[in-house]
Design a binder for this molecule. Structure first.
Ligand SMILES: [Zn+2]
Length: 117
């Protein structure tokens, strides 16, 4: 099950973050509320990016299945699957995440796209 695998990959991750915050607090006993907030946001956004990328990658193979009938947005011909390619996306917070995505190319006009998903 993909869900279980995902969860196992995250085991200990939140503990790591909480330990990290506790340790940081020990080293910064005089930190202001703003600094504490910034530090925690920073660490949580790492967790957030990791979860987004893991979750998206876990459903990568399913996405091409659903996109099997994808047609070229340029000319309407059917796309040919061209294997996987790395795709860099930005989260809303502006963090980069790297996804392995199926990639399709149109033989009629040469347009290459990532199916949605
Ligand atoms: Zn085309």
């Amino acid at each position: 099950m993909k869900g279980k695998e995902l969860q196992q990959g995250w085991d200990g991750l939140s503990d790591e973050i909480m330990d990290g915050v506790a340790e940081w607090r020990g080293q910064h006993p005089k930190a202001t509320l703003r600094e504490i907030e910034a530090e925690i946001d920073q660490r949580l956004s790492e967790l957030r990016a990791r979860m987004i990328s893991d979750t998206a990658n876990a459903s990568a193979s399913a996405s091409w299945q659903a996109a099997e009938g994808v047609i070229c947005p340029e000319c309407g011909a059917k796309l040919i699957k061209k294997g996987k390619k790395k795709r860099i996306l930005l989260t809303r917070e502006g963090r980069q995440i790297e996804l392995e995505r199926d990639y399709g190319v149109c033989l009629a006009c040469g347009q290459g796209i990532f199916p949605p998903g």
